[in-house]
Design a protein around this ligand. Sequence first.
Ligand SMILES: Cc1cc2nc3c(=O)[nH]c(=O)nc-3n(C[C@H](O)[C@H](O)[C@H](O)COP(=O)(O)O)c2cc1C
Ligand SMILES: O=C(O)C(=O)c1ccccc1
Length: 383
Amino acid sequence: STAVAQVDTSARPSAQADASAAAYAAPAPEQKINVVSLRDIERQAEKVLPPFGFHFIAGGSGDEWTLRENEAAFDRLVIEPRFLSGVKTPNPATSILGSKLSLPVLASPMGMHGFAHAGKEAGTAKGTAAAGSLYVTPSVSNLSMEEIAAAAGAGAKWFQIYFPEDPGYAREQLQRAKAAGYTAIVLTVDATSFGNRERPAKLGLKPPPHLGFGNMPKSPALAGQNPDMQKKDLTFADVAFCQKESGLPVIVKGVLTAGLASDCVKHGCAGVWVSNHGGRQLDHSPATIAVLPKIADAVGGKVPIIVDSGIRRGQDVFRCLALGASVVGIGRPLLYGLALGGAQGVEAVFQRLRTELLMTMQLAGVASVDKITADYVAPAVRS
Ligand SMILES: Cc1cc2nc3c(=O)[nH]c(=O)nc-3n(C[C@H](O)[C@H](O)[C@H](O)COP(=O)(O)O)c2cc1C
Ligand SMILES: O=C(O)C(=O)c1ccccc1
């Protein structure tokens, strides 16, 4: 295995430090924000974020086909409402692996929130907890997993790991995660090589000085390891390692095929996370909503399915649930909310999605999330 960070990561900020660059001017507001729509805050966040930070967050890989397709694929799927169904107060609450959620939307793991806000991951964790949702802490964070757990407080939390080269360092992180109160491990498998993110280079934007890794090894024997150096040759043996060493349920993130989904179930995974990493890894990998039905079919209800990448509307949440997801994840909009308002901005993003989901459920005629089925969606027919 090799350090991904050393190979192909010209645009990877965590791998580089430009000592001559001015210190990174992350926004720091803590305020209520008005979220008209999740798309609208991307435009607003661009105005307050340093250009590198904005384009690092907003960008995808390669030609950004998958990035566009994530949202375009929803446009090919209509919602067929059932009026006169007597629904009065739809209930968006659900639960996943024992955690109660006030809505079927959680915070996808994202590395290095220092690009979005001076408070780093703390505001995202706090705002997600305030919204009654679940925060997935990234291993490549600017704050430590213990600091992030403290910010989430009683809020539900999982720990996402990029499996490091040294198994001893993997073990240390998994044990720390359990001790810090995380209740599941998310193993991301779609980033063993870093996607070709070209935006910063095309725009002539240089990575800022390093913002600091929160999870450097504690054991002196692991000196030289950092959480951004990943094992390339991942297999199900590494999944088993995570299960054994953490003693926690393990979810595989980055599933895009029915074959991998059924292998995950066979290997005792507690969940399957359908994701193309927000179009940031393998360009021309499929939109998640397009592959969700066959993955749901392969999983057959044996474990929960989480899906993310391009979800921006309550109607998108509805369509994902209709096609077999238990819960959806959102990424970038949370960083935009964070940049604009800190924890309150993050909470406002969840609230906006809740409002849209409630409206969608009311108009579609569905009273609870378990009743959102494939009967309510159909291919869009174009003449
Ligand atoms: C800035 C940024 C950093 C990310 N870092 C990670 C990470 O550390 N680990 C991971 O599993 N996924 C990471 N992702 C992918 C997200 O978990 C998620 O799959 C994706 O953002 C969902 O798509 P969306 O942004 O369109 O909602 C990152 C995404 C972004 C935008
Ligand atoms: O950019 C990403 O998608 C990502 O996964 C990541 C990983 C480490 C640090 C920052 C981002």
